[in-house]
Write a protein of this length. Structure first.
Length: 147
């Protein structure tokens, strides 16, 4: 579904970045234009022009408001969490409020944070509320304060 937003991304990053796209595209604001570019693309090459080559593989995330580099690094969960964290900041800047917030019957909203969970996967976590990154709207749906 979001494969057209991945451009020459190294295969080991594909699943992580697709999960991130699932949670952020469709929110409106800057993340709706999110795309990722691998190191062989002209977009990535233009962004790093004149800089020394990175020590490890990277991808370039691009929205209407900014571009950011992500090292593929230590594994899929770390990449998923780093990408979600950068984009969470973008959404909060755009909204001027915390995001994502989950509200359950009568309780105060809980802000979810991207973390590597105990099982080694990227997830959203806040209090007792958790879900995998990539499943935010499917799991919390109408409980999200701003979706």
């Amino acid at each position: 579904m979001f494969g057209s937003r991945l451009h020459a991304v190294p295969p080991r990053a594909t699943e992580s970045l697709l999960a991130v796209l699932q949670d952020f595209v469709g929110l409106g604001g800057p993340t709706s234009t999110l795309r990722f570019y691998g190191p062989t693309t002209t977009q990535y090459q233009s962004f790093v022009d004149g800089e020394p080559l990175p020590a490890e593989d990277e991808v370039l995330g691009v929205t209407d408001t900014h571009a950011f580099r992500l090292a593929l690094g230590d594994g899929a969960a770390d990449l998923t969490v780093r990408a979600a964290s950068v984009l969470q900041d973008d959404v909060m800047d755009d909204l001027g409020a915390p995001w994502p917030e989950v509200r359950t019957s009568g309780a105060s909203p809980v802000v979810l944070e991207p973390v590597v969970g105990e099982t080694g996967v990227g997830q959203w976590k806040g209090g007792s509320h958790t879900c995998l990154i990539g499943e935010l709207r499917q799991v919390f749906g109408s409980m999200l304060v701003r979706s």
